[in-house]
Structures are given as C-alpha cells and as structure tokens.
Design a protein around this ligand. Structure first.
Ligand code: 5GP
Length: 121
C-alpha cells in the first residue's frame, strides 16, 4: 500500500503529540479532537483497513487495545470510561488508510454516535 500521513508520523517526518510508543505501536493525539481526550493508536506496520488484517496480525491488533487502556490509565481517564472506534472504508467514514483505533475520553459520550440522521433501512 502507498504511504499515508501516519507513516510520516511514525518516521517522525512530521510532528505529532505522541503519548506512547513501542516497537509495535504508536499513540498520538488526534489533530481534530472530538472529545477532551482524543488520540489514535496505530500499528507501525502499515495495514490499510480492517479488511486487510491478516491472521498473523491478531496479536498486533489486540495490542492496540492494550495501548489505549494503558495511556488512559496513565492520564487517570480509564475508570470513568471511554470509547474506542475503528472506522472502515467509505461507509465507516475512514479517511486515512492506515488502521487506527480512535480513543475518546474525558466526557460522557452520546450513543448512538452518528450525526447524519439517516434512516436505517
Ligand atoms: P478516520 O476518519 O480515518 O477514522 O480518522 C482519521 C483521523 O486522523 C481523523 O480523526 C483526523 O483528525 C486525524 N488526522 C488526520 N491527519 C492527521 C495528522 O496529520 N495528525 C494527527 N495527529 N491526526 C491526523
């Protein structure tokens, strides 16, 4: 797959507010936050969408969830609750084609999350 803006963030070619990094994953604040705390957890391996996750990637994908909770605990935001979301393709609203776990925290979050008022058929 071709590089995305997230590859540039991984390679430190462009800046990001990094919250956590190890050899597998990176967590950084979203540039357009939708909650008081909104960060993204990405694998360093470039995987375009959820549909491209291979069997061998299962541990890596699980690790993203662990990183989310780890960062939230460090910031005292885990116990009050939070939301993780991974958008996929057009209908899911994905705009960057390098999988990323959105982590939203710091306020009560409405449910359902969509704002398009579309009728479900
Ligand atoms: P998606 O719409 O693909 O689920 O989410 C992509 C997210 O990446 C968006 O929430 C957007 O604000 C964030 N984003 C896009 N470009 C950048 C960037 O250059 N830096 C950071 N920190 N976040 C970005």
């Amino acid at each position: 797959m071709s590089d995305t803006i997230f590859t540039k963030i991984i390679n430190k070619d462009i800046p990001a507010d990094i919250l956590y990094e190890d050899d597998i994953a990176l967590a950084f604040k979203d540039i357009n936050p939708q909650a008081p705390m909104h960060f993204l957890v990405i694998p360093k391996k470039a995987i375009a969408t959820i549909n491209d996750i291979e069997r061998e990637d299962r541990e890596l994908v699980g690790h993203l969830t662990w990183v989310a909770a780890h960062v939230l605990k460090e910031h005292g935001l885990a116990e009050q609750g939070f939301r993780t979301v991974m958008n996929c393709n057009e209908y899911g609203g994905q705009t960057v084609y390098h999988i990323h776990l959105h982590v939203l925290a710091g306020k009560p979050l409405g449910w359902p999350p969509y704002s398009d008022k579309l009728k479900i058929e």
